[in-house]
Write a new protein. Sequence first.
Length: 76
Amino acid sequence: MATKSVINGGNIHHAPVSGYGSSTGFMGSITNIVLQWQERATMRHHLASLDKEYLNDAGLSTSQIQTETGKAFWQS
């Protein structure tokens, strides 16, 4: 199932999102996995581009961002 990444109170949450592709069958499963990978890669790219002031406002530390952005797209 595809997920939506949300930053809340300095924590990064991955919430399920409905409506991405077909949820049944082999092709639906593959589509959902690829969309999930794309979502993770995009979110991590955006996190890496945030400045320290914004990270502080969001309650995130540099080490949290380095940990998250250091993951490969297939890792949750």
